[in-house]
Each structure stands twice: as structure tokens, then as C-alpha cells.
Design a protein around this ligand. Sequence first.
Ligand code: SAH
Length: 502
Amino acid sequence: MNLKKNDSFVVTIEDLSDDGWGIGRLEGYIWFIKDTVIGDVAEASVMKMKKSYGFARLVKILRPSPERVEPACPAARRCGGCQLQSMSYKEQLRFKENKVFNNLVRIGGLDNLVRVGEEDSAGEEGPENTARFLPIMGMDNPWRYRNKAQFPFGTDKEGRIVAGFYAGHTHEIIPQEDCLLGVEENQVILGIIKEFMERYHIRAYDEQRHEGLVRHGLIRKGFCTGELMVCLVINGRELPKADRLVTELRTVKGMTSISYSINTEKTNVIMGKEIVPLWGPQYITDYIGDIKYRISPISFYQVNPVQTEKLYKTALDYAGLTGSETVWDLYCGIGTISLFLARRAKRVFGVEIVPQAIEDARQNAAVNGLDNTEFFVGKAEEVLPREYEDNHIRADVIVVDPPRKGCDAKCLETIVKMAPERVVYVSCDSATLARDLKYLRDGGYEVKKVRCCDMFGWGVHVETVVLLSKRKPDNIIEVKVELDELDATTAETKAAYPEIKE
Ligand code: SAH
């Protein structure tokens, strides 16, 4: 490529990288250009060049993509939260679906994958030897879907308290109190906290100097119950005038739980280890489907409850439970999927590495009266082989929902040995999903259905749920064995009873 730093060139954007940068090709050389969308013709200038690819800065959009939209959020380009604010929602869904489809074909070798419509989703059997790729489940309204927000506090050049977001890949705070992905109450609550700090001269935390008090404001809302939680993260053990803050915050409709978290360490970790209650219970309640969850400031809980319900209902549907099955839910977190499954299975076992999450899972099982569940703390790749080899456990269905790196080989190996009828794979990374599907297919499973679900509109990530079934032994062989046996019996019988005639 005959270009050097700061040279400009024109390119058409054909694809997006995993972190949302536009990708264009020039004489076989690949360019990554931020703030572009598929279909743009852009002028860009060279930032950095490697052997086969380079990074360039957007200079000007020469011809905008028909799918380009004006970002709704004024901080879209600086904030690190959303990568796809310039792309229509419809195009985002198309992009995500294509990414998953292509990874499954290219990396997973799923050459029998066929796209089908919604109406083809029922039943397990598709056309002969095909894996069905169903339409992505998008959001009805891709705004204000997040039930959790964590705003850093800081001080601007004029000495005023600000709350907002970190600029992408930095720790600079951009004042922005109304994130359009978050609930409307966030802005009201942040206003109350800022006013409280100004009035009582309580300083925001300064990361460089490691001084000042208020670090972050955590706000959570139960979408079904309307309950609100506020937890202030502070660099100290006490919050002066806390009772005044409580009085003000209680004026917000739905306020249920107010607390602070002590974090005096020099760290990027937001929450401290100790939570001090100020008012109300230390948790809020919410529902996904008809399962009730208690959410504390430190609990893991899916951030998009509406889409989570769609995703887990699909996983439940794919599990095909009749009430008599033993199910293992690996990487179970707080047991969200396990509890969904428990209503329709004989027994559900969950495995999760984080002890606190398992405590939550057990508590949530009790709150819902689901006593057919059992949870193990540990690595899936250690607990499952151990339970299989030492205690001879079995499974009719295994569900996995691993982190981005996918399943450990030992875990997949044990699943294949245990030979459940069905495996339901919930994934947040289609590349590792594709790799793991390849292993399971080589181990005797076939992919029946694949369906994506968008949980993070305006961001690049997408969730996928896959149904795999144990490959049936060849029918012809089965019949032949039966006939052979029948013949043998008949011959024996004939020998024993000579009076039997043809
Ligand atoms: N299904 C869960 C969330 C899954 S996210 C829910 O809906 O709540 C992936 C989970 O896997 C996280 O909770 C993470 O802590 C856990 N995890 C990561 N590595 C693991 C391992 N090796 N074994 C078991 N769990 C693991």
C-alpha cells in the first residue's frame, strides 16, 4: 500500500469490526475507520499502518450510507458506551445477524445452515439435514432499556460537581446525566446527589490524587416492580449528612433501597466490598417472566430484562422439557436460566464460579419455592467431570451460557461423554460459539436451530441461542439388528419345536 501517515484516501465501508469500527478494502489492504457505517463512502487519513491492515481517521463522509442516522445522543462520538449510534436500528440487527451467521459457517463449518422465517420456528425437525437460522429477536423500542447505570462523579474546570461517563478508553468524565439507554429517573437522582454535595461541600473523588469522597452513583430499577435502588460509592467510611440525602432521594417515586458502598482503594473496580444500608431493605425485587429475583447493589443481574426474558424463553423452548428431565445449567450466574428451567424439569443442577452468585441463586430458588434445584460453586470444567466420574451423574439436557471465551475443552469433552439428548448453548461471542459447536458436532451432535437476540442496541454485542440434538443412530442399522435377532430367535425356536411349520 503506497500511503504514509496523514495521507488521505477514499474508501467504501463494507463491514464492521467487533468493536464497531468500519472496515474498507483498498487493493486488498484492510482499513479500520472509526465513526463510519456499512455503505458509507468516506475520506480518511492514515493513522497507523501494519503489513496487511491499517487504522485511519475519518475526514469526511463523501456519500453517506442509506442506513446512516444522526446519533440521538449528543455524547455519542466521545462516550465509550455505544459504538453504533450512527447506524439505523434495523441495520444494526442485520449486521449482528450476519456476523453470527458468517462466523458459524466460516469458523464452525456449518455449511448446512439455512435462513428461515419466524413461521418455521416451531418443532425440532427442519428440512432434511439442515440447521435452521431464525430471524433475530430485536427490541420493540431500543431506547431506555438498561435497568442499571453507574455514573462516575468528578469536578469540572470551574469547580462544579459533574456526573457522566468516561470518554472511550480513558478516565476523563464527560458530563452527561441523561444516557438514552438508561431510565429517566437517573437524571433526577443524579441532580439530587449533586445538589446535596454542593450544599454540604462534599467533594467528588479525584482519581489522580486519590482524594475527595464521592466516586460513583449506582442506580438500579426493577422494570416490572418500578422499585429503585441508589448506592453511592465513597472513598471513606462515612457519608456526612446522609439523612438529608435520604430525605431528598425518597421524594423520587419508586425509591426502595438507599445505601453506600465503601471503596477506599486505588482501583478501577467500582463497588467496594462493604455496603452500609441507609434506608429500606438492601435489595430491590424484579421479575423475569414469573420468576422473582432479589437484587442487591452487588448482585449480577441482566441489564436488559425485556430481551433477557425473550432469550431465556427461547432457551427453555429449545430445552424441550416435559417435567421428567434432569438438567444441568453450566455457567449459571445467579441461576436466572436454572430457575426458568426448574419450573418444567424434574431436577436442575447449576454450576458457577462466583460464590456470591451461587448464594443469590440459592436464595432466588427459595424465594420462588423451587426446591428441585441444586447449585455448585466451582469451574464447570472441574465440577462436571468430577460429578460425572465420582458420582455418575447424568443429564437429559445440558444448558451452557459461558463468558466470551466460550467453554473449556474439558467441559465440552464431559458433555459429549454424558451424552444428553439435547444441548442448549447460549452465547455472547459467536466466534467461540462456532468453535465449540464444531467440537460438539464432531462429538455426535447436530445443530438444529440458531436464533440471535439483541440485548445491547447501539452496541456491537449480540446473544445467540443454539439447539443441538444427539445424532440419531442410523435407522437402517437399527432395523437390521432387530431383524437379525428375530431371525436368530426363529431359527432357535424352530430347532426346539420341530412341529412349527412355515
Ligand atoms: N446464565 C447466567 C449468566 C451467565 S454469564 C445468568 O443468566 O445469570 C457467565 C457466567 O459464567 C458468569 O456468571 C461467570 O462468573 C461464570 N463463569 C466464568 N467462568 C466460569 C467457569 N470456568 N466455570 C463456571 N462458571 C464460570
